[in-house]
Design a protein. Sequence first.
Length: 147
Amino acid sequence: MERKAIMERTTVARLLEHKGSAVVTITPADSVYEALQLMADKEIGALVVVDGERPIGLMSERDHVVLLQRASGAATVGQIMTTDMITVTRGQTTAECMELMTVNRRRHLPVVEEDVLVGVISIGDVLRAVMEEQKFMIEQLEAYIWS
């Protein structure tokens, strides 16, 4: 069986069922210091930047490079956030997410349904799902061989 076919079993909805759909958000007007403090407090690597319930950007631990070019005390999230977000829906597969993350060099994908933020998945979430699927497939193949 082709590797991509194995990964297509798990959807974003299943990932969110496992990890939960709570998302830590921030607004573009908030300070970068507040954002960094929030990420440290929640032990997360990214925040979804929202305007109401609508996601408009992403700020991650990697945005510190941009911050170095600004006065960090006065910088706002809106000044350094990534605005060219790639989002996914609950129905997309782990294979599709893996491809989006790899091709576009992204570590986080906001999950959006009808312009409303419903979750966020990370590369770690996707990799865990892929490893679980591969483990299951190996167990099934071993059972088949030994039966």
